[in-house]
Design a protein around this ligand. Structure first.
Ligand code: SF4
Length: 340
């Protein structure tokens, strides 16, 4: 027997195709979208405003399609780490980070990752597949807290620009009025700087962009991030200069601080130089030591000093609060290696 397709994860246009194929009235597509992306149900039978016949026809051909997490761990600070099993029997993690004024979900876009960044647990797990849009959006929609989610960051497992078609589709579902209706201003997509995909992303989405920088010096960056050789940060910056970042759409650079390694006066000077003229902010991230890595964790005092020096150069610089470290949900710690 053929496996039934899921309705969840389809765009409004795709739902229109579904209803046309099944001979249903056009408006049924919007009704289905409403049940998929706005209501707390988990089966086609609960779509109350559809006729019995319509529901039966849908049930014959499709499933509702959301997938509940298989486990959740909660940190002392309220951060939660959800574990999901994906369609092909692999596992992914999603972090939920509640704060005073916002609640953020950090979604994964791939199982593992090809990019092999030195400081990242996901990178060590290697690549095991792309997530489709449904699986990305499911990481938001199937959390108990989904109505309370105000912000989304694409900073979990995987490199979003390496799975761009599905990432763009997921963004369409998340930001559309017929979908989850979350403003693109509240979404931040993070990349290590993959050209030419960044260009396609900028032109096809309004979400904010965060570039993982970690060092302004080519050799040093290449040691941390192999992508530097194929897609040098200076080329990425040249590309970013073609667009306007002074409006509501934000550009930021993520900068993991490794103690004694990438926060000297020379780094400050070079950062100000290569980013000169762009409208951006820098987000400093504390490095969490990972097993068997020579890279040193960040020292609070050095991070604050580095922040002050960058600020003195006129660069808006924040230090990201570290959340969920005790359950390995903090930046760079997501990994389902033990489950593969
Ligand atoms: S930091 Fe991001 S791009 Fe680099 S290995 Fe980890 S998940 Fe992949």
């Amino acid at each position: 027997m053929m496996e039934k397709e899921e309705l969840f994860g389809k765009t409004l246009n795709e739902l229109k195709e579904v209803v046309a194929k099944l001979g249903m009235a056009k408006f049924v597509a919007s009704q289905i979208a409403d049940w998929l992306y706005k209501k707390d149900i988990s089966s086609i039978n609960e779509m109350r405003n559809l006729s019995k016949k319509t529901k039966a026809l849908l049930n014959e051909n499709y499933t509702y399609g959301t997938t509940a997490p298989i486990s959740v761990q909660e940190s002392n600070d309220g951060t939660k780490k959800y574990l999901f099993e994906t369609l092909n029997g692999k596992f992914i993690e999603t972090a939920y980070i509640p704060e005073l004024k916002r609640n953020t979900v950090c979604v994964s876009t791939q199982v593992g990752c090809k990019m092999a960044c030195e400081f990242c647990m996901t990178g060590r797990q290697k690549f095991h597949g792309n997530l489709n849009a449904a699986t990305i959006v499911n990481q938001i929609r199937s959390l108990d807290e989904w109505h309370r989610i105000s912000n989304i960051v694409y900073m979990g497992m995987g490199e979003p620009m390496d799975n761009l078609p599905e990432v763009l589709k997921s963004l369409e579902i998340i930001t559309s009025d017929w979908g989850l209706g979350i403003s693109p201003r509240r979404i931040n997509v993070s990349t290590i700087g993959l050209l030419p995909n960044i260009t396609e992303f900028i032109q096809n989405s309004d979400a904010n962009l965060a570039i993982s920088l970690h060092s302004p010096f080519d050799n040093e960056r290449a040691e941390l991030m192999p992508i530097q050789k194929a897609s040098p940060i200076k080329d990425v910056i040249t590309e970013l200069r073609k667009y306007d970042w002074s409006g509501k759409r934000r550009l930021s650079f993520e900068y993991i601080v490794f103690d004694g390694l990438n926060h000297s006066d020379l780094h400050v000077k070079e950062l100000a130089k290569i980013l000169n003229g762009l409208k951006y902010r820098i987000n400093l991230i504390r490095f969490h030591n990972i097993p068997d890595s020579p890279l040193p964790s960040s020292d609070d005092e050095n991070m604050i000093k580095f922040q002050q020096k960058l600020k003195a150069k006129g660069i808006i610089t924040t230090i990201r609060a570290s959340r969920g470290q005790d359950i390995d949900a903090a930046c760079g710690l997501l990994s389902t290696k033990k489950l593969l």
